[in-house]
Write a protein that binds this ligand. Structure first.
Ligand code: FES
Length: 167
């Protein structure tokens, strides 16, 4: 029995096939488009606050190293930047600290704290900086830079990874 407003078996199969095909296309296509567009909308992490340690775990008067890598995303281009430095706790009770950058102010090599030399040494052109970043020897034109910081209620030190020049 078939009426004029009834759908034929052939049309029904076409309809079901089309619907299933559409679902499969959407199922594969939407994630693929999302994958292609993802980098353009990915959050740029550079400039966001970073926790570098806890004040309660750090001794007074002794540089404590820290380092981290941030990835800047510009569309499909990714750039990784390494940040590093030293936390110097001047007075723990007063939460008075200095967060120094380890980037030499001469040509950007990384300085390292030397207990023996009582200073930060730059391996590139033999510069030496004092514990608080002051130039003691060599070609650097200015002291080591620092990072602004906050210390939360539990003692975690949070910095904005943008270096502040001393000069
Ligand atoms: S880069 Fe440090 S002294 Fe030249």
């Amino acid at each position: 029995m078939s009426g004029s407003n009834q759908i034929s078996r052939r049309d029904f199969i076409k309809l079901v096939t089309g619907a299933v095909g559409g679902l499969i296309t959407a199922g594969l296509g939407i994630p693929a488009i999302g994958y292609l567009l993802h980098p353009a909308f990915e959050e740029d992490k550079a400039g966001k606050p970073v926790t570098i340690g806890n004040l309660n775990d750090m001794p007074e008067g002794k540089p404590v190293p820290f380092s981290f890598t941030l990835t800047r995303v510009n569309g499909w281009e990714r750039t990784a930047s390494n940040f590093g430095g030293y936390v110097i706790v001047k007075n723990k009770a007063n939460r008075d600290i200095l967060v120094l950058s380890s980037r030499c102010t001469h040509l950007s090599c990384r300085v390292t704290w030397s207990e023996e030399a009582d200073g930060y040494l730059c391996p590139c052109h033999d510069a030496k900086f004092g514990m608080h970043g002051e130039v003691i020897d060599g070609p650097p034109p200015e002291p080591l830079g620092h990072f602004d910081y906050e210390i939360d209620a539990e003692g975690f030190i949070i910095i904005i990874p943008v270096e502040v020049k001393e000069g």
